[in-house]
Design a protein around this ligand. Structure first.
Ligand code: NAD
Length: 356
């Protein structure tokens, strides 16, 4: 029996997670062998226990096979000192569980193609996955800081560093994912300028030998940024460093124009993962019952595919989401101007009904 830790978090977190739990309950009734446990993270954990990542939550997370997280944060926590802010709950979980592989799909359901700022024919049906290295690179490299030079001028510095072992594990993670999708992997680097990414390219080539069924290509990051907005449908899976992935995955997400639709995953070396929508806690609409629960429901699909090896059940959830969009159901964030909309619970119920 697989164990899922449910961490609703703050703002709209509890509302959207409740709908994802409805989907899981429906699948359990059909024989999916998972058990659910609830925990506290972020501002909710700070309010109850004085810390955004209490020890017992961490213990629950370690014991779980996968984690479903809503969102954390809110204006009431912004004055707290940094270690007590809700975001530290998320960062702490990533670090403690060694979740080094961040999967950020950008999927544009054809029914929502009008929501993109790009022409519908460029983005309709887009389905790409960016695999971002999450625990290394320039965001963590030492030395780092701001120092004062002899002439009194200040100088800021960071270090871009990757070991072969770090590149190899993110490479393997990406090849495994490409294998479960269209079997094409594009590794994004700046090998013409940065030695670190020259090594990155060499290691990717080496790992590729173990995945003869996956086609590997390389692209410089500046070109990749251009290609993402010019012809994004050329990509299946992209793999890249922490900072390049941070930037490219946000650009790719925005191609779809609907933040309420996009799930994400962060995996460790054994495929254990934390799954969450890419959006935040949306305090502006929290408590109103209008948040879009689809990104969270699609996060459950990712969990089933990537942590539990249940690709068929994942397909079933994704096609249920497609069906409710076909039926014309829209939460306000994805409704066209003048189009009627439904609330969070109604959308969740419709997905559950469409699973049949
Ligand atoms: P946000 O993603 O919460 O909201 C941005 C806009 O998108 C808002 O107008 C919001 O109403 C809308 N939106 C987001 N999710 C939606 C959904 N499911 N349905 C309908 N509309 C939705 O980003 P923000 O406003 O910059 O941040 C709000 C809080 O969330 C902050 O405290 C921030 O730190 C936190 N945050 C958390 C995460 C996370 O938990 N992973 C990520 C980003 C931001």
């Amino acid at each position: 029996m697989k164990k899922i830790l449910i961490l609703p978090g703050d703002g709209i977190g509890p509302e959207i997670v409740a709908e994802a739990v409805k989907v899981l309950d429906r699948l359990r009734a059909d024989g999916l062998e998972v058990e659910l446990e609830q925990g506290l993270v972020g501002g909710a954990a700070y309010d109850a226990k004085g810390h955004p990542l209490p020890e017992d939550t961490l213990a629950q997370a370690r014991a779980a096979d996968a984690i479903l997280l809503g969102a954390v944060g809110g204006p009431q926590y912004e004055a707290l000192e940094r270690p007590l802010r809700p975001e530290q709950g998320l960062l702490g979980l990533r670090a403690e569980l060694k979740l080094f592989s961040n999967l950020r799909p950008a999927i544009l359901y054809p029914q929502l193609a009008e929501a993109s700022t790009l022409k519908p024919e460029v983005v309709s049906g887009l389905d790409l996955m960016i695999v971002r290295e999450l625990t290394g690179g320039i965001y963590f490299g030492q030395p780092r800081g701001v120092r004062t030079l002899d002439n009194g001028e200040k100088e800021g510095f960071n270090t871009l560093v990757y070991r072969e072992s770090e590149i190899e594990r993110i490479g393997r993670s990406a090849f495994e994912i490409a294998r479960k999708r269209g079997k094409r992997l594009c590794s994004v680097d700046k090998a013409n300028v940065l030695e670190v990414t020259e090594l990155w390219r060499q290691v990717m080539e080496r790992v590729a030998k173990d995945y003869p069924d996956v086609e590997l290509s390389h692209m410089y990051v500046d070109n990749a940024a251009m290609q993402l907005v010019r012809a994004p449908k050329q990509f299946d899976v992209m793999v890249t460093t922490n900072m390049f992935g941070d930037i490219l995955s946000d650009a790719a997400a925005m191609l779809t124009g609907s933040i309420g639709m996009l799930p994400s995953a962060s995996l460790d070396a054994d495929g254990k993962g934390m799954y969450e929508p890419i959006h935040g806690s949306a305090p502006d609409i929290a408590g109103q019952g209008v948040a879009n629960p689809l990104a969270t429901i699609l996060s459950v699909a990712m969990m089933l595919r990537y942590s539990f090896g249940q690709g068929e059940v994942a397909d079933r959830i994704e096609s249920a989401v497609g069906k409710v969009l076909d039926q014309g159901l829209r939460t306000p964030d994805i409704a066209a101007e003048g189009q009627a909309s439904v609330g969070t619970a109604q959308m969740g119920d419709a997905v559950v009904a469409a699973l049949d």
